[in-house]
Design a protein around this ligand. Structure first.
Ligand code: NDP
Ligand code: MG
Length: 389
């Protein structure tokens, strides 16, 4: 099955760069056939030099980016069709979907339709359109391999197991930078503090989502679709060291868990290499886990009063319809306002809650309806914020 040919959406991002690290280290296993990015033209040009893909595309949604792309990457396909062209590239076996936000959804669906195996980092795709993605994948007989570390852990724990033997999925959460911050100090926390994640280096949006635990809520919804498990059979446990990446409890009481020092290279290697494991011993991707050095691991219950975004996400997931789409849109906008210094930390959850209260959900939404509901969520956050300001 090697070499596998890879199309990569979001090559200049945190997951995208780490995907290319893996490809660089295993040249006999993988070949890059197509790359897509948005604005980081200089890095994209370097990647093209190194990996020589057949197709390179740049979304270039600003005039200066477009000019730079024309200069450095005259061969690149610019604009909106780039993502679709990369996702459905005829020579690709696997699509790595690692753009941030919603833009990955339609191209991922198109890749499934074109019979590509999906290595999925972009969680918004499953949160908004889990029903469409899983149906399409089933119809096309296409597997979806998770890159998100919790889902990769669960996926590894489930190998060789039967679904009816699962008692419960237990996702671990680091608790983020504000796990122990006194509640009355939360409103005043700065963007810089919120961006300082204790265990993971990630893009800005997901880092804020990890501080509010919106990320963990999105991951529960993601798990619901990936593994077909009802919400009642999923729980979260706070584990500040991020060494146990998640667990599965079986009906006989046995619990499997997957452990490693925090590294996204590992779940990426898992998704790309499956069903084989890649030998990481010659790489610097993963440091050896010396249990004696770890000495102790900590676990605690999730304090829901501290993390309202988590509760909002679970409620939206359970209610179904377009609630999760409105949630994703509202969260994107609220996080952007927070990152821009326009709202305080606690207002992220307040705005999202106000949006969900106003939402008129549509059952079994099609692609256009999911996108509309998401755009509505965004718009409504903005309107509510303007009224407050
Ligand atoms: P980043 O913000 O670091 O990277 C996003 C990437 O997407 C960049 O390459 C960016 O291009 C590209 N991109 C954004 N919009 C477009 C567009 N319209 N067209 C083409 N390319 C676009 O995000 P992360 O890598 O952190 O996260 C990616 C996804 O993976 C997210 O959905 C996140 O939730 C998920 N994830 C990330 C984890 C992590 O450790 N980082 C862990 C688990 C999940 P450019 O930089 O050129 O503008
Ligand atoms: Mg995760």
């Amino acid at each position: 099955t090697f070499p596998k040919r890879i199309a990569l959406l979001g090559s200049t991002g945190s997951i995208g760069r780490q995907t290319l690290d893996v490809v660089r280290r295993f040249p006999e296993h993988f070949r890059i056939v197509a790359l897509a990015a948005r604005s980081n033209v200089d890095l994209l040009a370097q990647q093209v030099q190194e990996f020589r893909p057949d197709l390179v595309t740049c979304f270039a949604d600003a005039p200066e980016v477009e000019a730079r792309a024309r200069q450095l990457l005259p061969q690149a396909l610019l604009g909106e069709q780039g993502l679709l062209a990369v996702a459905t590239h005829a020579d690709a076996d696997i699509l790595v979907a690692a753009t941030s936000g919603l833009v990955g959804m339609v191209p991922t669906l198109a890749a499934i339709g074109a019979g590509k195996t999906i290595a999925l980092a972009n969680k918004e795709t499953l949160v908004m359109a889990g029903h469409l993605v899983t149906q399409a994948a089933q119809r096309a007989g296409v597997p979806i391999y998770p890159i998100d570390s919790e889902h990769s852990a669960i996926w590894q724990c489930l190998r060789g197991e039967e679904k009816h033997d699962i008692q419960r999925l237990l996702l671990t959460a680091s608790g983020g930078p504000f796990r122990t911050t006194p509640l009355d100090e939360l409103q005043a926390v700065s963007v810089k503090q919120a961006l300082a994640h204790p265990t993971w280096q990630m893009g800005p949006k997901i880092t804020i989502d990890s501080a509010t635990l919106m990320n963990k809520g999105l991951e529960i919804i993601e798990s619901h679709w990936l593994f077909g498990i009802p919400y009642e059979k999923m729980d979260v446990v706070v584990h500040p060291e991020s060494i146990i990446h998640s667990m599965v409890e079986f009906i006989d009481g046995s619990i499997k868990m997957q452990a490693s020092l925090p590294s996204m290279h590992l779940p990426i290697m898992n998704a790309l290499g499956y069903p084989h494991r890649l030998d990481a011993s010659e790489t610097d991707f993963i440091r050896e886990l010396r249990w004696a050095d770890v000495a102790s691991l900590h676990f605690e219950d999730l304090d829901l009063s501290r993390f309202p975004c988590f509760r909002l996400a679970i409620e939206a997931g359970k209610r179904g319809g377009t609630y999760s789409c409105a949630l994703v849109g509202a969260d994107e906008e609220a996080v952007e306002l927070f990152l821009a210094g326009k709202i305080g930390y606690l207002e992220i959850a307040q705005l999202i809650e106000a949006v969900l209260e106003r939402h008129q959900s549509v059952e079994q939404p099609d692609v256009a309806t999911t996108l509309e509901a998401c755009a509505w969520g965004r718009r409504t956050v903005r309107e509510l914020w303007k009224k407050r300001a």
